[in-house]
Design a protein around this ligand. Structure first.
Ligand code: GLU
Length: 327
């Protein structure tokens, strides 16, 4: 039987980590080929191409490198792959998934996975996550869904998924929305139909800088006051509650929003920002009046990715239409 073609790339992360010497911390050294050898069943499901594109902890990935990974993934689809799987560290998985999702203009699935336990650890979850991710990438029902994150038997939509636990096996969730699907007895089961996605062209520049600052109780305004002078092209605030800051912060944000786009997201970890509810100084009605945009359901980190991409293709004026897409 002619098996479908699947492409896998390893970027590093815990899934690729082991200790060089007993008693030392783990570091990324395990190649994509070795990861593949941990899931021999895969050879019965697909003809697999595997490449090690990086061996980095995911905190050290950057947008330029991700653009090169994206172009590798596009090439794999042009060469006949019906799906692409990328393994990476989980620390920034929610951000890379969003980055790729805004740029992945193919019907074929791009699936990201990783592991919470390193390769040599008892109960390592890398092999099962990789096999599950490949099952998702090979499923007909994964077409037209963009980028999915597969971890611990769950499939999460890129725009919704967050790392919500630092060390637990069940580290990923999609607050409010829930997982898009599950792996049930090795079968891919989606819980809802694909939803329309917001796509962006590739950025023409990569030098833009977007700051992300978190509001906190009794915080000073020193960093905020210097955002423009430091040359930032955009600002995201991880704000209190439904999108609120102190009156002191609101005054500075008003000045900044005259010059560069400012997005107000919630720092709570779940839920949307408000638009029409609170009238105090620093509340969302005031911040909107001062020129800021509310992030809706986008978390602060995903809002920063969106703004970086929009500025990169000179579409920052269209920010509002990207913040309130149809759900
Ligand atoms: N827990 C992280 C991981 O899953 C640590 C390192 C990283 O993100 O690369 O991979």
């Amino acid at each position: 039987m002619d098996l479908p073609k699947l492409a896998i790339a390893a970027l590093g992360g815990t899934v690729s980590m082991q200790a060089s010497h007993a008693g030392e911390g783990v570091i990324p050294t395990v190649s994509g080929e070795t990861l593949l050898a941990s899931v021999p069943e895969l050879t019965t499901l697909a003809r697999v191409t595997v490449e090690t594109l990086g061996l980095l902890p995911s905190a050290s990935l950057n947008f330029e490198f991700l653009l090169s990974v994206l172009s590798w993934a596009r090439y794999q689809v042009e060469q006949g792959a019906i799906g692409v799987v990328i393994t990476q560290g989980t620390d920034t998985l929610e951000e890379t998934a969003t980055f790729f999702d805004y740029l992945w203009d193919r019907n074929e699935p791009l699936v990201l996975t990783g592991a919470m336990r390193s390769a040599a650890q008892v109960g390592a979850d890398g092999p099962v996550n990789l096999l599950d991710a490949c099952r998702v990438a090979l499923a007909d029902t994964s077409q037209q869904r963009g980028v999915q994150v597969v971890m611990n038997g769950q499939i999460h939509q890129a725009g919704h998924v967050r790392k919500t636990d630092s060390l637990a096996l069940q580290a990923f969730s999609s607050p409010v929305f829930g997982p898009a699907g599950l792996l049930v007895e090795n079968t891919v089961r989606y819980l809802r139909a694909p939803t329309p996605r917001m796509l962006l062209p590739l950025p023409q520049q990569t030098t833009q800088k977007i700051a992300l600052l978190e509001a906190s109780l009794s915080a000073d305004t020193l960093l905020l006051e210097n955002i423009l002078e430091l040359g930032y092209d955009g600002l995201v605030i991880a704000a209190f509650g439904a999108g609120h800051v102190s009156a002191r912060w609101a005054a500075v944000i008003e000045n900044i929003a005259k010059k560069i786009p400012v997005i107000i997201a919630t720092r709570t970890g779940s839920g949307a920002t408000a638009q029409f509810s609170y009238g105090f100084v620093g509340g969302e009605i005031d911040l909107i009046r001062k020129g800021a945009s509310m992030a809706g359901f986008l978390c602060p980190r995903k809002a920063r990715i969106l703004l970086w991409l929009l500025v990169g293709c000179q579409r920052q004026d269209e920010l509002a239409s990207y913040l309130y897409p149809p759900l």
